[in-house]
Design a protein around this ligand. Structure first.
Ligand SMILES: Cc1cc2nc3c(=O)[nH]c(=O)nc-3n(C[C@H](O)[C@H](O)[C@H](O)COP(=O)(O)OP(=O)(O)OC[C@H]3O[C@@H](n4cnc5c(N)ncnc54)[C@H](O)[C@@H]3O)c2cc1C
Length: 389
């Protein structure tokens, strides 16, 4: 017998779980309990780079990016604070003819969905990026409305939203399992729950196992660094850039550049140690494209475990009866609020106005975890496998 009851229990205090709990409460549920085994934001959500992009590779990605960006822009009216969204403009340069063709096809899809994306010629790219080594690209796509949030500020924003809206936040309480009658087992007793939403970011597969579910989601090390300041890196002159083929992206940060890159050979699993060898590769690729960075020191370097799914798409769907699963598939800054809202809608009604979630459930994966959906082509090069074994 459960000692307590709730209309909904949400597992995981990252950006997906927290915003989902907030949306459930705002939809009118009287008692929403959020359980987090550590502290709010201590997973991937406080350690991200914060890139928010509507230039998605699939219609689902575009819709989630659009919804989340709108949400970030409306936060102050809604909760009195915000996640620090800055409209910086994002360039995806092309280096080969094949990339140019793919970029034009993507632009057509994005524009049809209302994204104000434009093609920049090689000359336009150089003119818009005075810090970029000239003559490197064959042009690229640019969206002036893309930008970035401050991940720590987003954690602060959702903490405010949770407390103001009356979600019951229980930190240092671990999810331990789920009984057939919907009772949630936690490290501090049982909660009889009307609805259950499972999140967990890079740990979602383990959370799923505790609930008796097989969720094909993984975690892998991802490394980010911030250069020292330089007058050429003034944010007014530096759009965000994603060198897709190399998996390298950068954006302005406090007068320097924040840059991140995923190592395609990194084995899956938790890892937060800085890889100095890989950092040297990141720096070399960045310096080839932004020469001024070659002589700059670093102010910060960190590595953290990023979540991913086999097709780089989110997971949003009911697993069974009253249990809903939500993952942003490694894009929780650009898709997180949209995924959270869609998951709350699905938990409450089975569908969402954010996007058609019917293709995004667990039933798209086969026994081996392979997805029947095409992989989102605009993603960091995460491993193909889910575990290192
Ligand atoms: C270095 C780095 C850079 C990134 N850059 C970007 C970016 O630029 N743009 C972008 O869109 N995305 C980026 N991401 C990805 C983004 O951070 C994640 O997709 C997002 O934070 C996932 O949110 P989440 O709520 O699903 O997971 P998390 O934030 O990891 O939260 C899950 C929570 O669940 C808790 N939990 C786990 N197990 C249990 C349990 N048994 N019981 C209770 N609680 C449990 C964890 O403690 C954790 O707090 C980046 C990630 C990293 C690591």
């Amino acid at each position: 017998m459960a000692e307590q009851t709730a209309d909904a229990v949400v597992v995981g205090g990252g950006t997906v779980g927290a915003w989902c709990a907030y949306f459930l409460r705002r939809a009118g549920l009287a008692r929403v309990v959020l359980i987090e085994k550590g502290l709010l934001g201590q997973g991937a959500s406080s350690r991200a780079a914060g890139v928010v992009r509507m230039q998605g590779g699939t219609p689902e990605a575009v819709r989630l990016g659009q919804w989340s960006r709108r949400f970030y822009l409306s936060q102050r009216d809604e909760i009195g604070t915000d996640s620090g969204f800055t409209e910086q403009g994002y360039l995806l340069p092309c280096f080969t003819e094949a990339e140019v063709a793919a970029a034009h096809a993507r632009m057509e899809m994005q524009a049809a969905l209302g994204v104000p994306v434009q093609w920049l010629s090689p000359q336009d790219v150089d003119a818009a990026n005075p810090t970029l080594a000239p003559g490197q690209t064959l042009g690229g796509t640019f969206c002036a409305q893309d930008g970035f949030i401050s991940p720590p500020r987003n954690v602060a924003a959702y903490t405010v939203a949770l407390l103001r809206s009356g979600v019951e936040v229980r930190e240092r309480v671990a999810f331990l399992g789920l009984a057939d009658d919907g009772t949630v087992e936690t490290s501090q007793g049982r909660i009889g729950a009307g609805l259950v939403v499972l999140t967990g970011g890079p740990k979602l597969a383990a959370v799923g196992r505790l609930a008796g579910l097989r969720i094909p989601a993984g975690g892998v090390r991802h490394q980010v660094a911030v250069t020292e300041r330089h007058h050429d890196l003034d944010p007014a002159w530096v759009p965000m850039v994603f060198d897709l083929a190399a998996g390298l992206y950068w954006r302005p940060e406090e007068g320097g550049l924040l840059f991140g890159m995923s190592n395609p050979d990194e084995p899956p699993g938790e890892n937060r140690e800085v890889d100095e060898g890989y950092l040297a590769k990141m720096r070399a690729r960045l310096a080839a494209l932004v020469p001024v960075t070659a002589g700059l020191g670093l102010r910060r370097v960190w590595a953290a475990t990023i979540d991913y799914t086999p097709d780089h798409l989110p997971i949003i769907g009911r697993a069974r009866g009253r249990v809903t699963v939500a993952s942003a598939g490694g894009a929780g800054m650009m898709w997180g609020p949209g995924v959270a809202r869609a998951a709350a809608d699905v938990a409450l009604t089975g569908s969402s106005e954010v996007l058609d979630v019917s293709p995004l459930g667990l039933d798209r994966f086969d026994e081996a975890g392979h997805s029947r959906l095409a992989t989102d082509p605009i993603a960091l090069p995460f491993p193909e496998r889910l575990t290192s074994s």
